[in-house]
Design a protein around this ligand. Structure first.
Ligand code: PAF
Length: 266
């Protein structure tokens, strides 16, 4: 990548393509805060635990590049797999405790893949800042831990989740939802907001808050719950009581499509 002469600071938006309004918001923020904005588009095979999930991940590089151009991105880096992982590549970046629960437990190896590719991208781009969506709250926490521990100077900027008008969090995976599943999917947001309301009304039992999330999701027959969580916001360990900052999060399958969302408390 010819970044040496590029004006600084550099803002990096790592993506797996199939760009949507959530990515556009990251690019706009990067652009507002940087002299050079770089977007990477790389469907990282190492972060998919299910081969079918990788095979059906949506791709359209030409459209993605158009979106980047419209957003004023200076450089798009879309390497082939063997440029990121050349023959002989044999290193894994494996983050500890913060990567174990929730998505780490549900998708074995996922965060090793994420941390490994993000470390490579950080080293290639050497950006001052990198921008990630809060929808993947655990991913942000894992990448932060990795950057601190490996003394990578890139600052991690976490940006608000961008939503459809009905509350569904923007995700490249939404394209796989059938019309019926798409109509049902806002139940994630509804369950989170209803649970936040219970917390605002004074409930501090994490079991009660998890039960409220499950109850909300159970109203939607197409929603197959994988997990609901009420965890410490810093460690992501499940709580007994919510006495400080916490994170409500959930993973739900609609047919073969898996969606996640979260809501911070406090
Ligand atoms: O969030 C994503 O799109 C990916 O996990 C990331 C951070 C680009 C790493 O492949």
């Amino acid at each position: 990548m010819a970044l040496g002469a590029s004006p600084r600071p550099i803002g990096l938006v790592p993506t797996m393509g199939w760009l949507h309004a959530g990515h556009r918001a990251l690019m706009a923020r990067a652009r507002a805060e940087s002299a050079t904005t770089v977007v990477t588009i790389f469907v990282n095979p190492r972060q998919f635990s299910e081969p079918t999930d990788l095979a059906r991940y949506p791709r359209n590089e030409a459209r993605d590049v158009e979106i980047c151009t419209a957003e004023g991105v200076d450089l798009v880096f879309a390497p082939p797999v063997d440029e990121v992982y050349p023959p002989g590549f044999d290193t894994v970046v494996s983050v500890g405790a913060i990567a174990q629960p929730l998505e780490g437990a549900a998708r074995p190896g996922h965060f090793d893949g994420v941390a490994t590719v993000v470390a490579i991208l950080f080293n290639l781009v050497r950006a001052e800042r990198a921008y990630f969506g809060q929808k993947d709250a655990q991913q942000v926490a894992v990448i932060r831990r990795m950057a601190i521990d490996l003394a990578i100077p890139t600052e991690i900027v976490s940006c608000p989740t961008i939503r459809e008008p009905d509350g569904l969090a923007m995700s490249s995976r939404n394209v796989h939802l059938s019309p019926e599943e798409r109509a049902a999917a806002p139940v994630l947001r509804q369950a989170l907001l209803a649970t936040r309301q219970v917390w605002e009304n004074g409930e501090r039992s994490a079991d009660a808050l998890r039960a409220r999330m499950r109850a909300g999701l159970s109203e939607e027959p197409l929603a197959n719950v994988e997990y609901v969580s009420c965890a410490d916001a810093a460690t992501l360990a499940e709580l007994d009581r919510v006495d400080g900052p916490a994170l409500l999060s959930l993973a739900v399958r609609f047919g073969s499509t898996r969606l996640i969302d979260n809501e911070p408390l406090g």
